[in-house]
Design a protein around this ligand. Sequence first.
Ligand code: SAM
Length: 239
Amino acid sequence: MQRYFGNIIGKEAVLAESDQFHLIKVMRARVNDQIEVVCEGKLFLCSVESIKPLSIKIITRLKENNELKNDVVLIASLLKGEKLDLVLQKATELGVEEIVLLQSERSIAKIRNLDRSFKLERFNRIVKEAAEQSKRTRLPLLYRVIKFDQLPEIRADIKLMAYEGEKGSTSSFLNAVKSVKSGERIAIMIGPEGGFSENEVNEAKEYGYKTVSLGKRILRAETASFYALSVLAAHLERK
Ligand code: SAM
Protein backbone atom coordinates (compact mmCIF):
# COMPACT_ATOMS: atom_id res chain seq x y z
CA MET A 1 0.00 0.00 0.00
CA GLN A 2 1.33 3.45 -0.95
CA ARG A 3 2.65 5.51 1.99
CA TYR A 4 3.04 9.29 2.06
CA PHE A 5 4.41 11.73 4.63
CA GLY A 6 1.76 14.40 4.97
CA ASN A 7 -0.33 16.42 7.42
CA ILE A 8 -3.41 15.53 9.39
CA ILE A 9 -6.01 18.29 9.77
CA GLY A 10 -9.01 17.12 11.78
CA LYS A 11 -10.25 13.93 10.14
CA GLU A 12 -8.53 14.69 6.82
CA ALA A 13 -5.08 13.88 5.49
CA VAL A 14 -3.44 16.60 3.39
CA LEU A 15 -0.61 15.73 1.01
CA ALA A 16 2.03 17.95 -0.61
CA GLU A 17 1.22 18.96 -4.20
CA SER A 18 3.83 16.60 -5.59
CA ASP A 19 2.28 13.73 -3.64
CA GLN A 20 -1.22 14.68 -4.77
CA PHE A 21 0.02 14.52 -8.35
CA HIS A 22 1.67 11.15 -7.67
CA LEU A 23 -1.50 9.74 -6.07
CA ILE A 24 -3.81 10.91 -8.86
CA LYS A 25 -1.67 10.69 -12.01
CA VAL A 26 0.88 7.98 -11.19
CA MET A 27 -1.06 5.75 -8.81
CA ARG A 28 -4.30 6.61 -10.69
CA ALA A 29 -6.19 6.59 -7.39
CA ARG A 30 -9.94 5.99 -7.39
CA VAL A 31 -12.56 6.81 -4.74
CA ASN A 32 -12.35 4.33 -1.80
CA ASP A 33 -8.72 3.48 -2.56
CA GLN A 34 -6.74 3.21 0.68
CA ILE A 35 -3.35 4.78 1.40
CA GLU A 36 -1.16 5.20 4.47
CA VAL A 37 -0.24 8.68 5.70
CA VAL A 38 2.47 9.41 8.27
CA CYS A 39 2.26 12.64 10.24
CA GLU A 40 4.68 13.50 13.09
CA GLY A 41 5.63 9.88 13.66
CA LYS A 42 2.02 8.64 13.68
CA LEU A 43 0.73 6.30 10.95
CA PHE A 44 -2.86 6.49 9.65
CA LEU A 45 -4.88 4.30 7.29
CA CYS A 46 -6.80 6.62 4.99
CA SER A 47 -9.34 6.39 2.22
CA VAL A 48 -9.76 8.54 -0.89
CA GLU A 49 -13.19 10.21 -0.54
CA SER A 50 -13.07 12.24 -3.75
CA ILE A 51 -10.63 12.97 -6.55
CA LYS A 52 -11.75 16.44 -7.69
CA PRO A 53 -11.21 18.10 -5.32
CA LEU A 54 -8.91 15.55 -3.69
CA SER A 55 -10.24 14.59 -0.29
CA ILE A 56 -8.59 11.94 1.90
CA LYS A 57 -10.30 10.81 5.08
CA ILE A 58 -8.68 9.06 8.06
CA ILE A 59 -10.06 5.56 8.70
CA THR A 60 -7.93 4.64 11.69
CA ARG A 61 -4.56 5.04 13.39
CA LEU A 62 -2.20 2.11 12.67
CA LYS A 63 0.14 0.82 15.34
CA GLU A 64 3.35 0.12 13.45
CA ASN A 65 6.83 1.25 14.39
CA ASN A 66 9.63 0.41 11.98
CA GLU A 67 12.13 2.75 13.63
CA LEU A 68 15.42 1.69 15.24
CA LYS A 69 15.37 1.61 19.04
CA ASN A 70 18.30 4.08 19.19
CA ASP A 71 18.82 7.29 17.26
CA VAL A 72 21.60 6.85 14.70
CA VAL A 73 23.22 9.93 13.15
CA LEU A 74 25.24 9.52 9.97
CA ILE A 75 27.83 12.26 9.53
CA ALA A 76 28.53 11.87 5.82
CA SER A 77 31.36 13.73 4.10
CA LEU A 78 30.24 15.32 0.86
CA LEU A 79 30.80 13.03 -2.11
CA LYS A 80 30.84 13.67 -5.82
CA GLY A 81 27.80 13.18 -8.04
CA GLU A 82 25.32 10.36 -7.54
CA LYS A 83 27.32 8.74 -4.73
CA LEU A 84 25.88 11.05 -2.10
CA ASP A 85 22.34 10.47 -3.43
CA LEU A 86 22.89 6.74 -2.91
CA VAL A 87 24.20 7.31 0.62
CA LEU A 88 21.12 9.39 1.50
CA GLN A 89 18.76 6.74 0.10
CA LYS A 90 20.45 3.76 1.79
CA ALA A 91 20.98 5.56 5.10
CA THR A 92 17.24 6.29 5.17
CA GLU A 93 16.36 2.65 4.41
CA LEU A 94 18.77 1.59 7.18
CA GLY A 95 16.91 3.66 9.75
CA VAL A 96 19.01 6.77 10.47
CA GLU A 97 17.35 9.51 12.53
CA GLU A 98 19.51 12.28 11.07
CA ILE A 99 22.02 12.76 8.25
CA VAL A 100 24.56 15.57 8.75
CA LEU A 101 26.59 16.58 5.69
CA LEU A 102 30.25 17.26 6.44
CA GLN A 103 32.48 19.53 4.39
CA SER A 104 35.74 17.76 5.26
CA GLU A 105 39.25 18.83 4.21
CA ARG A 106 39.51 16.43 1.30
CA SER A 107 35.86 16.57 0.17
CA ILE A 108 36.04 17.15 -3.61
CA ALA A 109 32.36 18.10 -3.66
CA LYS A 110 31.49 21.46 -2.14
CA ILE A 111 28.14 23.00 -1.24
CA ARG A 112 28.38 26.76 -1.69
CA ASN A 113 25.93 28.93 0.22
CA LEU A 114 24.14 30.08 -2.92
CA ASP A 115 23.03 26.60 -3.95
CA ARG A 116 22.74 25.17 -0.42
CA SER A 117 18.92 25.41 -0.06
CA PHE A 118 18.36 24.09 -3.59
CA LYS A 119 20.64 21.09 -2.90
CA LEU A 120 19.15 20.42 0.53
CA GLU A 121 15.66 20.47 -1.02
CA ARG A 122 16.72 17.85 -3.58
CA PHE A 123 18.45 15.75 -0.94
CA ASN A 124 15.32 15.83 1.24
CA ARG A 125 13.23 14.61 -1.71
CA ILE A 126 15.52 11.57 -1.95
CA VAL A 127 15.18 10.97 1.79
CA LYS A 128 11.37 11.36 1.70
CA GLU A 129 10.98 8.90 -1.20
CA ALA A 130 13.26 6.37 0.51
CA ALA A 131 11.37 6.79 3.80
CA GLU A 132 8.03 6.18 2.05
CA GLN A 133 9.38 3.17 0.12
CA SER A 134 10.97 1.58 3.22
CA LYS A 135 7.82 2.16 5.30
CA ARG A 136 9.47 4.45 7.83
CA THR A 137 7.25 6.15 10.39
CA ARG A 138 9.70 9.00 10.76
CA LEU A 139 11.41 11.23 8.20
CA PRO A 140 15.16 11.44 8.86
CA LEU A 141 16.37 14.99 9.52
CA LEU A 142 18.66 16.47 6.88
CA TYR A 143 19.25 20.18 7.29
CA ARG A 144 22.84 20.66 8.37
CA VAL A 145 25.97 21.05 6.23
CA ILE A 146 28.80 21.52 8.71
CA LYS A 147 32.51 22.19 8.71
CA PHE A 148 34.78 19.97 10.79
CA ASP A 149 35.05 22.45 13.67
CA GLN A 150 31.26 22.36 14.06
CA LEU A 151 31.30 18.67 15.06
CA PRO A 152 30.73 19.57 18.75
CA GLU A 153 27.26 20.81 17.67
CA ILE A 154 26.26 17.21 16.90
CA ARG A 155 24.78 15.71 20.07
CA ALA A 156 25.60 11.99 20.52
CA ASP A 157 26.35 9.66 23.40
CA ILE A 158 28.58 7.41 21.29
CA LYS A 159 30.76 9.08 18.65
CA LEU A 160 32.51 6.90 16.11
CA MET A 161 34.83 7.94 13.28
CA ALA A 162 35.35 5.25 10.64
CA TYR A 163 39.02 5.77 9.93
CA GLU A 164 40.80 3.93 7.13
CA GLY A 165 44.08 4.35 8.98
CA GLU A 166 42.77 1.91 11.60
CA LYS A 167 42.00 -0.74 8.99
CA GLY A 168 42.24 -4.22 10.47
CA SER A 169 40.19 -5.87 13.21
CA THR A 170 36.62 -4.63 13.51
CA SER A 171 36.54 -5.37 17.24
CA SER A 172 36.69 -1.67 18.19
CA PHE A 173 33.63 -0.97 16.02
CA LEU A 174 31.68 -4.04 17.17
CA ASN A 175 32.48 -3.44 20.85
CA ALA A 176 31.28 0.15 20.53
CA VAL A 177 28.07 -1.01 18.84
CA LYS A 178 27.48 -3.66 21.50
CA SER A 179 28.02 -1.11 24.28
CA VAL A 180 25.05 1.01 23.12
CA LYS A 181 22.52 1.46 25.91
CA SER A 182 18.80 2.10 25.56
CA GLY A 183 18.04 5.72 24.64
CA GLU A 184 21.63 6.48 23.62
CA ARG A 185 22.31 8.38 20.39
CA ILE A 186 25.08 7.07 18.17
CA ALA A 187 26.97 9.16 15.59
CA ILE A 188 29.07 7.48 12.89
CA MET A 189 31.27 9.68 10.71
CA ILE A 190 32.45 8.61 7.24
CA GLY A 191 35.18 10.37 5.27
CA PRO A 192 35.21 11.51 1.63
CA GLU A 193 36.85 9.84 -1.36
CA GLY A 194 40.22 11.21 -0.22
CA GLY A 195 39.80 10.02 3.35
CA PHE A 196 40.36 11.90 6.61
CA SER A 197 43.50 13.95 7.22
CA GLU A 198 45.61 13.36 10.29
CA ASN A 199 44.53 16.77 11.63
CA GLU A 200 40.90 15.79 11.29
CA VAL A 201 41.50 12.53 13.15
CA ASN A 202 43.23 14.37 16.01
CA GLU A 203 40.52 17.05 16.10
CA ALA A 204 37.75 14.42 16.08
CA LYS A 205 39.40 12.66 19.01
CA GLU A 206 39.43 15.95 20.92
CA TYR A 207 35.68 16.14 20.30
CA GLY A 208 35.25 12.68 21.84
CA TYR A 209 35.16 10.61 18.64
CA LYS A 210 36.61 7.12 18.77
CA THR A 211 38.33 5.93 15.56
CA VAL A 212 37.15 2.49 14.46
CA SER A 213 38.07 0.09 11.70
CA LEU A 214 35.53 -1.32 9.22
CA GLY A 215 37.83 -4.21 8.32
CA LYS A 216 41.05 -4.90 6.41
CA ARG A 217 39.98 -3.54 3.02
CA ILE A 218 39.68 0.07 1.95
CA LEU A 219 35.97 0.60 1.25
CA ARG A 220 34.58 3.33 -0.98
CA ALA A 221 32.99 6.04 1.14
CA GLU A 222 29.50 5.01 0.11
CA THR A 223 30.24 1.34 0.88
CA ALA A 224 31.63 2.33 4.28
CA SER A 225 28.36 4.14 5.10
CA PHE A 226 26.24 1.13 4.06
CA TYR A 227 28.52 -1.26 5.95
CA ALA A 228 28.57 0.73 9.20
CA LEU A 229 24.83 1.45 9.19
CA SER A 230 23.98 -2.17 8.33
CA VAL A 231 26.01 -3.49 11.26
CA LEU A 232 24.42 -0.91 13.57
CA ALA A 233 20.86 -1.67 12.38
CA ALA A 234 21.40 -5.44 12.54
CA HIS A 235 22.66 -5.16 16.11
CA LEU A 236 19.91 -2.78 17.23
CA GLU A 237 17.22 -5.04 15.72
CA ARG A 238 18.66 -8.36 16.81
CA LYS A 239 15.64 -8.98 19.05
N1 SAM B 1 41.71 7.78 0.47
C1 SAM B 1 41.70 6.75 1.51
C2 SAM B 1 42.79 5.73 1.27
O1 SAM B 1 43.00 5.41 0.09
O2 SAM B 1 43.33 5.23 2.24
C3 SAM B 1 40.36 6.00 1.47
C4 SAM B 1 39.20 6.77 1.97
S1 SAM B 1 37.77 5.76 1.86
C5 SAM B 1 37.53 5.77 0.15
C6 SAM B 1 36.48 6.85 2.42
C7 SAM B 1 36.07 6.67 3.87
O3 SAM B 1 35.51 5.38 4.07
C8 SAM B 1 37.18 6.77 4.86
O4 SAM B 1 37.54 8.09 5.16
C9 SAM B 1 36.56 6.06 6.05
O5 SAM B 1 35.65 6.93 6.72
C10 SAM B 1 35.80 4.93 5.39
N2 SAM B 1 36.54 3.68 5.31
C11 SAM B 1 36.86 3.02 4.18
N3 SAM B 1 37.49 1.86 4.47
C12 SAM B 1 37.61 1.80 5.83
C13 SAM B 1 38.15 0.86 6.75
N4 SAM B 1 38.73 -0.28 6.35
N5 SAM B 1 38.08 1.14 8.07
C14 SAM B 1 37.51 2.30 8.52
N6 SAM B 1 36.96 3.22 7.70
C15 SAM B 1 37.00 2.98 6.36
